[in-house]
Design a protein around this ligand. Structure first.
Ligand code: SF4
Length: 377
């Protein structure tokens, strides 16, 4: 990038002017990662100071049986296939209750599009979970699942969401977004939910008072311009509803799926994606680095490239952990998360699903980093 354009973009960011599609493409074309990080970090620090948010949660996948076969998916199985499962409700409740002593505040529930389970299974699951864990927020179902429930029930999303909210739903999850651009999407997505239905369902959820996350699956066949298009669609929808609570770039993993021949995004590409997303999304409060999909070291670095949230304890993440060959742990305890955040130089802040603060913890000892390491000859 020439120095003139770099200065122009910097001035736009520092004056709070909204960046355009061309600006986003130009930012991705820059090879000055430190500069991008510094800009994104300024924006992130203006919003959140030295805070890094996390929660104590558990991911739960009630079934991995799915009628679709998305090219990037390492999770889905067909009925009868080895490792295909559908959880009995008692098992889901047992797993969720096991987290009670750790002070869990959220269950994150995402599933395959099961061919024969009746739609009523899903509100019943929420009701049963809410009955035994009334203090735990239920963040459940992607827009793709809600769209699928419309198809299997014959009901409109309006009535589906009303029933799920009545059963205890607090938020949708942000998945199913992948990359909205059809040029890319048509090659990798096998289910029927695209931008029109994804945005319709989140808009409807926001109109009912739910606040939802939004994701982007990056680092496969898309180009930077598709990422820019993706986040600008989200920015436009956020202008309209104000209902998105966080943006989450998810790094594509290349094991056990039909895109295994592709290399994965490098750590530098991940950091660039966080930085550019933070700069473009001027109406999103939070950018999350989901540590499971980036590894702990890149997740810590991302906190200096625009991210301010690390998700949570997770416990079990089958969607990439069926694909992860990098030794990323399955679970972090609250103490692990506090240590991870402090070790990166930030102050841990525990939040709930709506990003309301539960507890602010001590920042790391500032003296620690100023002390030179002793060197022995
Ligand atoms: S991404 Fe979701 S819809 Fe697509 S195959 Fe995997 S589980 Fe099914």
């Amino acid at each position: 990038m020439d120095a003139g354009l770099q200065k122009e973009l910097e001035e736009k960011v520092l004056s709070g002017s909204r960046l355009t599609y061309d600006d986003g493409v130009a930012l991705y074309a820059s090879d000055d990662l430190a500069w991008l990080g510094e800009l994104a970090h300024q924006v992130r620090t203006q919003r959140h100071g030295d805070a890094v948010y996390f929660n104590v949660n558990r991911h739960l996948n009630l079934t991995n049986v799915c009628v679709a076969s998305c090219a990037y998916c390492s999770f889905e199985r067909k009925p009868g296939q080895a490792a295909a499962y559908t959880m009995r409700l008692a098992e889901a409740i047992r797993l969720a209750q096991a987290m009670e002593p750790e002070g869990i505040t959220e269950l994150h529930i995402v599933n395959g599009l099961h061919p024969t389970l009746p739609w009523k299974y899903y509100p019943r699951s929420l009701r049963e979970l809410k009955k035994v864990l009334p203090q735990v927020a239920l963040k459940a179902f992607t827009a793709t699942e809600i769209h699928y429930f419309e198809q299997i029930s014959g009901l409109p999303a309006d009535e589906i969401l009303d029933e799920l909210i009545d059963a205890g739903l607090e938020s949708l999850t942000g998945g199913g977004a992948e990359i909205f651009d059809w040029e890319v999407r048509s090659q990798i997505v096998d289910h029927k939910t695209h931008w029109e239905d994804w945005s319709r369902i989140h808009r409807l959820a926001h109109s009912k008072g739910l606040r939802t996350p939004a994701t982007m699956l990056y680092g496969h066949i898309e180009e930077p311009r598709h990422r820019v298009d993706h986040v600008l669609r989200l920015r436009g929808l956020q202008d309209e509803t104000g209902g998105f609570v966080v943006f989450i770039p998810l790094r594509f993993h290349n094991d056990n799926n039909r895109l295994s021949h592709l290399p994965m995004a490098t750590g530098a590409e991940a950091l660039k994606t966080f930085a550019v997303s933070r700069l473009l999304l001027d109406n999103f409060d939070h950018v999350k680095c989901f540590w499971v999909m980036h590894g702990l070291t890149t997740a810590q670095l991302a906190l200096n490239y625009g991210a301010d949230d690390l998700d949570g304890s997770v416990v079990e993440y089958k969607i990439t952990h069926d694909a992860d060959g990098f030794g990323t742990p399955d679970k972090l305890t609250r103490e692990d998360l506090l240590e991870l955040i402090r070790d990166a130089g930030f102050r841990p802040v525990e939040r709930n699903t709506r990003y309301e603060i539960i507890r602010t913890y001590d920042a790391p000892d500032p003296g620690r980093r100023d002390t030179p390491q002793p060197i022995w000859a």
